[in-house]
Design a protein around this ligand. Structure first.
Ligand code: AMP
Length: 366
């Protein structure tokens, strides 16, 4: 089985690492030379919309998937005629446009923050009477990690906020004073069977994920599972999907979904019976799914900018290091540490130690 992947970054790299034991081989289409995934995959070097390369990918691969949601929809359409592509194109159309996404959530009764589409400054001024302050203005397309969005605190700042949108179609949402941000990851196979991973609590800094920690068996978890299964079934989805939510008291509000393996699921590599990468590959290649339960307490700390020396981490016996082979750069995800342990007190101490190490490294950067 040869799996084709659009994108050759760290998510593709971790897919290849999970797929080799299953006898799979990989080919990635990726513009950057020597991308993260290339030590374990053949590479077609070029743009995602290069039809000659897409045709070659379709020829070599038995099934194609992608590692990020901003792949051009036309590339997926092109591939679809020649090779099976999962997750389905509908999932991309939803995840690439915040308005489509929130509209779908509403249609299937998944609560969201109040929102409204905006195409002009006049429209923005008008809908703010309904949304209220504070609010968040976001471009409908191509925003990620907090990019392409601005918080609105008063009417006199609307004009400057609208300029940031560059006249692109946008969406404005009420600002949610959430208690915490959580996400849930689930997988659906080709026969419609689904399995959900434990919910995780996530912390961000400057819009970039810093930590994830499992919080299974909490009362809202079954609600999160119910929401994501609704989404998967509605899209006749195949593969791993992630749903990011804000928790406000006992209520969960959907923020966005990602039609792919996700950073908040990296803990599954060392903390779940079957990791998200393996389950994604099983789903798209028609294999049975593995259990998604957590083994003990599990969490993840991202390494942003640079990584501490490996021995500083590995001297902690419950910690597992995953490096992506990237050069250090401010704000860049270069790796992560997974922490897994059966004893809660030990787990918490190890988690805090890893957070401190990761924070120190980030702070030391120029
Ligand atoms: P997003 O690109 O939509 O994932 O947003 C990036 C981050 O901005 C989220 O992880 C939240 O921390 C914050 N954020 C986004 N939308 C809202 C909102 N409506 N209310 C409060 N915070 C938000």
């Amino acid at each position: 089985m040869v799996v084709g992947i659009l994108g050759g970054g760290q998510l593709a790299r971790m897919m290849t690492l999970a797929g080799y034991p299953l006898g799979m081989k990989f080919i990635v289409l990726e513009p950057v030379e020597d991308a993260c995934a290339t030590p374990a995959a053949m590479q077609l070097q070029g743009n995602y919309d290069d039809e000659a390369l897409l045709a070659e990918l379709a020829e070599i691969a038995d099934v194609v998937t992608y590692e990020f949601e901003n792949v051009p929809a036309r590339s997926v359409e092109f591939l679809n005629g020649n090779v099976e592509v999962y997750p389905p194109a509908q999932a991309l159309a939803v995840a690439q446009d915040r308005l489509n996404e929130k509209t779908l959530f509403r249609e299937i009764n998944i609560p969201t923050p109040k929102f409204a589409p905006v195409k002009s400054l006049a429209e923005l001024q008008q809908v703010m009477e309904y949304i209220g302050y504070p609010a968040v203005l976001k471009t409908r397309r191509e925003g990620y990690d907090g990019k392409g969005q601005v918080v609105l605190r008063s009417a006199d700042k609307l004009e400057s906020a609208w300029q940031i949108m560059n006249n692109k179609p946008a969406i404005v949402e009420e600002f949610v004073n959430f208690d915490r941000e959580v996400s849930v990851i689930a997988v659906r196979d080709r026969n419609g069977h689904t399995r959900c991973y434990p919910m995780t609590e996530n912390t961000h800094d400057n819009g970039i994920l810093r930590t994830s920690i499992t919080c299974s068996h909490e009362p809202v978890e079954s609600q999160a599972h119910d929401y994501i299964v609704r989404l998967l079934d509605r899209m006749e989805y195949v593969g791993v999907m992630t749903l990011e939510l804000f928790q406000d008291g006992a209520q969960l509000l959907a923020n966005e979904c990602a039609p792919r393996v996700h950073n908040s699921g990296h803990w599954t590599q060392d903390g779940a019976t079957t990791c998200q990468f393996e389950n994604h590959l099983r789903a798209i290649s028609g294999l049975p799914l593995g259990f998604t339960n957590a083994v003990g307490y599990a969490g993840m700390v991202n390494l942003i900018g640079d990584a501490p020396s490996s021995d500083q981490i590995l001297v902690h016996p419950y910690c597992h290091l995953h490096l992506y082979g990237k050069e250090p750069r401010l704000g860049r995800k270069v790796g992560h540490i997974n922490i897994q342990c059966d004893d809660l007190a030990v787990f918490e101490a190890e988690f805090r130690a890893m957070q401190a190490l990761a924070n120190n490294t980030t702070a030391e950067l120029p």
